[in-house]
Ligand binder design. Structure first.
Ligand code: GDP
Length: 325
């Protein structure tokens, strides 16, 4: 029997890696597609023809019900969100509508149309925010520090609630920051690796950043989507922290990224107050012990250094290609 999956947020970093993984495993992959005047397909161009798109929007319950009827999925992965923390202060209401209420809409659609479908919710380490303990585990209380984090807490608890209230196979993956060459350019990691490539190739001469001392637990997105899938293959639904268990600063990221192409970040990085956050999440560090023991997760599959270097290498290729066109 061929399994089928419905993914929301497929054009994003995680959605595209997850689609790659599910196609490799022989799934029929459906994706909810929000209508935009110009489709954003960069991350999924290579698999576009293998995916069945269904028009819909997380804000519109009837479109979700329709998407579930068409796809009749074994698994639903809800990855769509207004996912940039910085923007969530400029658009707090929209962030709440999409990132919080969008989850309720999706859970409702699943409950109404296909209650035995397995459901994955993309929760986030931003829910821990002003951390009350370090490292953070599945039972660490949340203290979100941005409208995005607040919205994700709602989505997380709705997922737990639908599991407990309706006996649905609903899981929440509390993923710490995860990066890749497919990461949006507004996130600090990709902003840095793209700038490193542009500086190396003589297209830019400085990089303006915010807080260089911010610490994050950064992993590789391609490794993290495997955990999403694994969560839905377990006997029982549950919530898991997915993290590397290592913390690094933005400064360290810069050091390795610039160093990889033979440059010293100190000569190029300029601090700009524009990129500081209204409230900062200072030290996010996850403890992935439960995922290691239950899912067989290997947090060292791709090391921090390898991740930074592979992102720089990809951006060198991309920027070279763009400047040749
Ligand atoms: P987030 O953890 O989801 O907010 O991921 P980001 O990549 O946007 O930010 C990670 C950390 O990098 C945050 O603590 C930011 O304050 C810090 N940071 C420092 N400079 C910048 C910058 O120029 N852009 C962004 N996006 N973040 C920055």
């Amino acid at each position: 029997m061929i399994k089928s999956a419905l993914i929301t947020g497929i054009t994003g970093q995680d959605g595209s890696y997850l689609a790659d993984l599910l196609l490799e495993k022989g799934y029929k992959v459906y994706a909810l597609r929000r209508r935009t005047s110009v489709p954003i397909m960069e991350n999924i161009q290579h698999i576009e023809n293998e995916i069945e798109f269904i028009e819909g929007d997380l804000l519109d319950l009837s479109s979700l019900i329709n998407a579930l009827k068409i796809s009749n999925p074994d698994e639903v992965y809800n990855l769509a969100a207004q996912s940039f923390v910085g923007t969530s202060w400029d658009q707090p209401i929209l962030t709440g509508q999409v990132t919080a209420l969008g989850v309720a809409n999706m859970l409702e659609a699943v409950r109404i149309v296909k209650p035995d479908a397995r459901f994955y919710q993309a929760s986030s380490s931003e829910m821990f925010g002003k951390v009350v303990e370090t490292p953070q585990v599945e039972t660490t209380p949340f203290y979100p520090r941005s409208p995005y984090g607040v919205a994700k807490v709602y989505g997380h608890w709705m997922t737990v609630n639908y599991r407990e209230s309706f006996n649905m196979f609903a899981c929440s993956g509390i993923l710490f920051n995860h990066e890749s060459p497919r990461r949006g350019i507004e996130f600090v990691t990709r902003k840095i690796t793209n700038a490193v490539a542009r500086i190396k190739l003589g297209l830019q001469n400085e990089l303006r950043l915010g807080n260089l001392d911010a610490l994050r637990d950064w992993g590789f997105a391609k490794d993290y989507v495997e955990c999403m899938w694994l969560m839905l293959q377990q006997e029982k639904p549950d919530d898991y922290v997915i993290a590397t268990g290592e913390m690094h600063s933005v400064r360290e990221f810069c050091e390795i990224a610039f160093g990889h192409v033979g440059l010293d970040y100190k000569n190029y990085v300029v601090t700009d107050p524009k990129f500081f956050r209204a409230a900062e999440v200072d030290l996010l560090l996850g403890d992935p012990a439960k995922a290691i023991s239950t899912l067989g997760w290997n947090p060292q599959k791709t090391t921090f250094k390898e991740l930074v270097q592979l992102m720089v290498d990809e951006d060198m290729k991309k920027v070279k290609q763009q400047s040749n066109n």
